[in-house]
Write a protein that binds this ligand. Structure first.
Ligand SMILES: *[C@@H]1O[C@H](CO)[C@@H](O)[C@H](O)[C@H]1NC(C)=O
Ligand SMILES: *[C@@H]1O[C@H](CO)[C@@H](O)[C@H](O)[C@H]1NC(C)=O
Ligand SMILES: *[C@@H]1O[C@H](CO)[C@@H](O)[C@H](O)[C@H]1NC(C)=O
Length: 435
């Protein structure tokens, strides 16, 4: 009796093991088949927990020479030529990953041709700081446009969650829009004629520290002024200035800011004559938005369905002055400057730098000098959340999708390294502190 049941149990065990091995082999096979044949996919399964852990993809580049070991590995480029036979990879789901997945090509970016000639000896690009030089990619591709996109790029970027890529998005929902984005006609910013050959920028965030700062004239005196989100200037000129040369936004920020901050005087996105608009493609809704912006038709689907996106630019939309940030640029900022520990947590997929951080990094890549105002400082608790809350002391709000403390520390460290100048309070503000 005992002998028979042992035999039976062994048989069951053997059968179970066979089935498990069969399933594992099948899984490996399907994953291999999932990807383009020129790519090698290896699934590594954590057998103990049965948890999907890592999927490495090597041989990303057709032309392996581009990955030659003699090349500086921190400056690897991505090839954008694709074979006509390529098809989109199956959709990867965020829920498959318990934390930010690490791909073998995570830190390889699409690089652009060398930027405009350097005519500014004091440019932040010439910083001697080794840590910064190691992280900084002066040639990173900053803007998406129809000429630098194809199925190969789609497949590569489909491994990254939004806003860093197209994970969970459908090729047919996004690619036709990308194919409408014209190649930007000119560098976003050029040195002013008759100037010192440098591009001097002010980037103005919305932090409460600007209230009572009297920095308006200083800000407006820069060659270019960047703003983002609820960039109210009406009534706050003395503290934050009135000019906007570059406005950085998402579909969400440009549509919601007038609703949330209308009571503080924010009516519409800045629309100075000749203003340049920079879109952070945050998610699918931004591509739906972009379609309306680029075609002049109403948004056809999703959250902003039936809205006329162009209206939000108050007549200043012009395709020659509209730029869409490249996912590689956004991912590079996260990976090399703002890799929050929260990316290892269950909510990793929503963790990303703030729009303010993306705007500041845009400036750091296209300006020679950058002065940052209204970004978070050590003494943030002294001020309201927003400068336009002049008569309302609010607390700084921390949303789980951003690592504000990490950003605050980064701005301070870039300030200490003289890569940017961070406004940390004016004399008049310091004086009013004294009893
Ligand atoms: C990277 O590749 C692109 C073409 O894909 C090319 O235009 C660019 O010059 C290259 N950049 C560098 C720094 O090699
Ligand atoms: C804003 O600044 C003004 C003076 O510059 C001050 O009276 C006011 O209390 C400040 N508001 C807040 C919320 O700190
Ligand atoms: C867009 O800007 C260009 C260059 O400044 C100009 O020639 C063109 O007329 C503008 N288009 C519209 C629709 O305003």
């Amino acid at each position: 009796m005992i002998g028979r049941s042992t035999k039976f149990i062994s048989l069951v065990l053997v059968l179970t093991a066979t089935i498990i091995f069969f399933l594992l082999a099948l899984e490996n096979l399907t994953i291999k088949k999932d990807f383009d044949s020129t790519w090698t996919a290896i699934s590594e399964r954590n057998r103990a927990s049965g948890e999907y852990n890592l999927l490495k993809i090597g041989d990303l580049l057709q032309n392996k020479e581009e990955l030659s070991p003699t090349a500086d590995t921190s400056q690897r480029n991505v090839s954008v030529t694709s074979a006509p036979s390529e098809t989109p990879i199956p959709i990867l789901l965020k829920k498959r990953f318990k934390k930010l997945p690490q791909w073998s090509f995570e830190d390889i970016y699409n690089l652009d041709a060398p930027p405009r000639p350097m005519t500014c000896p004091q440019s932040l690009r010439n910083s001697k700081d080794q840590e910064f030089q190691k992280a900084f990619l002066p040639n990173i591709r900053m803007y998406m446009h129809k000429n630098n996109f194809n199925i190969r790029e789609w497949n590569r970027l489909s491994h990254f969650n939004n806003p860093f890529g197209f994970m969970e998005m459908k090729y047919d929902d996004v690619m036709p829009v990308v194919k409408l984005i014209p190649k930007p006609k000119e560098p976003l910013l050029l040195p002013k004629p008759g100037g010192d050959g440098c591009v001097h920028c002010a980037v103005v965030g919305t932090a409460g520290i600007m209230n009572g700062s009297k920095m308006g004239a200083e800000i407006d005196a820069h060659d270019y002024v960047f703003r983002m989100n609820a960039a109210v200037t009406n009534g706050f000129e003395e503290d934050v200035g009135s000019r906007t040369s570059v406005y950085v936004h998402t579909a969400h920020s440009i549509t919601s800011a007038p609703i949330f901050y209308g009571k503080f005087g924010y009516k519409a996105a800045p629309h100075d004559e000749g203003i340049k608009y920079v879109l952070i493609p945050e998610g699918l809704r931004d591509f739906q938005w972009l379609n309306s912006v680029l075609t002049g038709e109403k948004v056809s689907d999703g959250q902003y369905r039936n809205r006329d996106a162009r209206k939000y630019y108050s007549g200043q939309y012009n395709e020659t002055r509209f730029y869409v940030l490249h996912q590689d640029f956004l991912r590079y900022i996260r990976n090399r400057f703002l890799k929050s520990v929260n990316l290892n947590k269950g909510f990793w997929a929503i963790v990303r730098p703030t729009n303010g951080a993306f705007a500041l990094f845009t400036a750091l890549h296209i300006c020679d000098t950058v002065d940052a105002y209204g970004f978070m400082t050590e003494d943030y608790a002294k001020y309201s959340n927003y400068y336009f809350q002049k008569f309302l002391k609010t607390k700084v709000v921390f949303f789980a999708n951003h690592d504000y403390i990490m950003e605050k520390n980064l701005w301070k460290s870039l300030h200490d390294k003289k890569i940017l100048k961070l406004f940390q309070g004016s004399e008049s503000q310091q004086k009013t502190e004294e009893p």
